[in-house]
Design a protein around this ligand. Structure first.
Ligand SMILES: CCCCCCCCCCCCC/C=C/[C@@H](O)[C@H](COP(=O)(O)O)NC(C)=O
Ligand SMILES: Nc1ncnc2c1ncn2[C@@H]1O[C@H](COP(=O)(O)OP(=O)(O)O)[C@@H](O)[C@H]1O
Ligand SMILES: [Ca+2]
Length: 541
């Protein structure tokens, strides 16, 4: 029955199949990987589904009710199959939709399911075996429920096998990743917030370095890329990494990006203190305002995500500023700048350029790192906030992010310095982080695109560069005992992707595309999509 075509060409299936009560023409272009049909009702709307966005195909048993209505009655034994596919809706949200086609000819029905299943088999980037970690206490404590009700059914529909670990304590996932047979898995999924993602990332990157004999304590060590992708099912408080890489924090959308096997490289910063490795960071490294919020909010975990609003308000009122020195190396290799109007989107050419540079660099010197002689710029001052972001840090609270033009995978971070200013001015800056206005357009805000930076607080400088924690504590105490001083001689804390760091003096270096996520970056909102979402609403009605 199959059409004869020249060698190497795949046939095109065109059949008239039943859809609901009526017939419609269904086409499967196997060469281009496109399934299309015209809905017999709904104004004859055309549907085009790329096979890369088909989730599963199943032979369907029609139930009694379906068989006893309309045209079904005329067929002795109708045969049917269901196609589950991604439906893109407004605001980057993805749904899983299904459509059931039927016909009287068993052979034709089999031919269709076979052809579709073969096309799905050809999607080599899709994961088959996943390791899942669930933080049952993240965000509103819904992680387990979200996974079981919204995600697990989709994974099983897509024939993905999973090993699920519900964490029992902090660092459970991280420690476990050093022990498991990692080669068994095509990816690791974390269900939780930014803190949980950070834990899983540390486990994976750490494991990779350990297996390759790389010493993480050496700040100059060239790190080994981690090719096992991480998927984030958002169930935390801020969910900034998920929102900034997918465009929405929605568990179903994220599960579908994992199923279709998306891949998004991500820059990772390493943070060191005195030749000791502290942490990796992918989103926000914040000193001053965001560090103080985090430190205060940790005591208020019982409040859930609301704790950030409470601590945010409190920290804003305290208006602490911190004295210190920032030195940084500007990122000359990247094409963009933090004041660009365009943001990083799916297929971003700036990130692609960095990927090429990275490949050339690796070819040239293998794993050896080129000694960096590039200039350092030094800035001393009094700061309300120092924020280094590897990505925009968009989240529901700040939809365009702390640095709207930052790139996911360009090998640089945006360093935002907010100098001492009045409460009113600082509030104006903060509010602009939440709306469309330019948060950098203030005389007291500077932003630089950097590939590495160092920070030392005045306090640690005064104590010699090797500041000891004892010295720090003594100063903090001194400060608390003398309320007349405005507390700015005490150090703040670094907020590293939602975890606090123990040291205020740090050395940071961006590692271009060190890891990968099951994501594709934020898709451009084109005109087609507006029409698309309109039809998807019709579809829902
Ligand atoms: C008067 C208060 C005004 C507040 C300004 C609003 C700007 C909000 C910008 C949010 C910054 C996003 C960076 C993400 C940080 C996360 O890693 C971290 C931890 O997130 P998690 O709890 O693990 O989901 N969350 C916070 C708030 O520090
Ligand atoms: N079972 C557990 N009990 C306590 N803490 C945990 C557990 N599992 C993970 N954690 C830790 O909880 C912290 C916060 O988790 P996260 O999922 O990011 O929630 P949130 O977004 O609300 O902060 C993470 O740093 C993680 O290491
Ligand atoms: Ca970046």
């Amino acid at each position: 029955m199959e059409q004869q075509l020249p060698a190497g060409r795949r046939p095109r299936l065109v059949s008239s199949l039943g859809l609901g009560q009526r017939c419609c023409e269904v086409t499967l272009d196997q060469e281009r990987g496109l399934l299309a049909w015209r809905h017999p009702r709904r104004g004859g709307e055309n549907y085009f589904v790329p096979t890369s966005e088909i989730i599963a195909v199943e032979e369907t048993e029609l139930n009694k009710k379906q068989r006893n209505t309309g045209k079904w009655q005329k067929l002795a034994k109708p045969h049917a199959f269901t196609v589950y596919y991604v439906k893109k809706a407004r605001n980057h949200r993805w749904w899983c939709r299904d459509v059931t086609f039927w016909c009287g000819d068993e052979n034709l029905c089999n031919q269709w399911t076979q052809a579709l299943k073969e096309l799905l088999e050809m999607q080599k980037c899709r994961p088959k075996q996943l390791l899942v970690y669930i933080n049952p206490y993240g965000g509103k404590r819904q992680g387990k429920k979200i996974y079981e009700q919204k995600v697990a059914p989709l994974f099983s529909l897509a024939s993905i096998s999973t090993d699920v670990v519900i964490t029992e304590h902090a660092n459970h996932a991280k420690d476990n990743l050093f022990e498991v047979n990692i080669n068994k898995y095509d990816g690791v999924v974390c269900v939780g917030g930014d803190g949980m993602f950070s834990e899983v990332m540390h486990g994976l990157i750490g494991r990779m370095q350990k297996d390759s004999g790389i010493d993480q304590n050496n700040p100059k060590a060239p790190l080994v890329q981690c090719n096992i992708r991480i998927g984030i099912i958002p169930a935390g408080s801020t969910d900034c990494v998920c929102y900034s890489t997918v465009g929405i924090s929605d568990p179903v959308t994220s599960a579908l990006h994992i199923i279709v096997g998306d891949s998004q490289p991500l820059d990772v910063s390493s943070v060191h203190h005195n030749n000791t490795f502290l942490k990796y960071s992918v989103s926000l490294l914040g000193y001053g305002f965001y560090g103080d919020i985090l430190k205060d909010s940790e005591k208020k975990r019982w409040m859930g995500p609301m704790r950030y609003d409470y601590s945010g308000f409190k920290t804003f009122l305290s208006h602490h500023y911190y004295e210190g020195t920032i030195s940084f190396q500007p990122a000359k290799h990247t094409l963009g700048s933090p004041r660009d109007k365009d943001s990083c989107r799916t297929g971003c050419y700036i990130c692609k350029e960095s990927e090429q540079q990275l490949a050339e660099q690796q070819k040239k010197c293998g794993l050896k790192h080129e000694e960096d002689e590039e200039e350092w710029k030094v800035i001393k001052g009094k700061f309300l906030a120092i924020n280094a972001v590897n990505m925009s840090c968009a989240c529901p609270r700040s939809p365009k992010g702390l640095s709207p033009a930052a790139h996911l995978a360009d090998g640089s971070a945006d360093l935002i310095l907010v100098r001492k200013c009045s409460r009113f001015d600082f509030l104006r800056h903060l509010v602009r982080n939440t709306n469309q206005d330019d948060q950098f357009d203030f005389s007291f805000v500077d932003v630089y695109r950097v590939k590495s930076f160092q920070f030392t607080s005045k306090l640690s400088e005064d104590n010699g560069s090797n500041v000891t924690d004892i010295g720090k504590k003594r100063f903090g105490q001194f400060c608390r005992d003398h309320p007349a001083c405005c507390c700015n001689i005490a150090d703040s804390t670094w907020n590293c992707d939602g975890e606090t760091l123990d040291s205020s003096a740090i050395e940071v270096r961006v590692h271009c595309q060190l890891m990968k996520l099951f994501a594709r970056g934020i898709e451009e909102n084109c005109k087609d999509e507006a029409a698309y979402s309109h039809s998807s609403i019709e579809h829902l009605l």
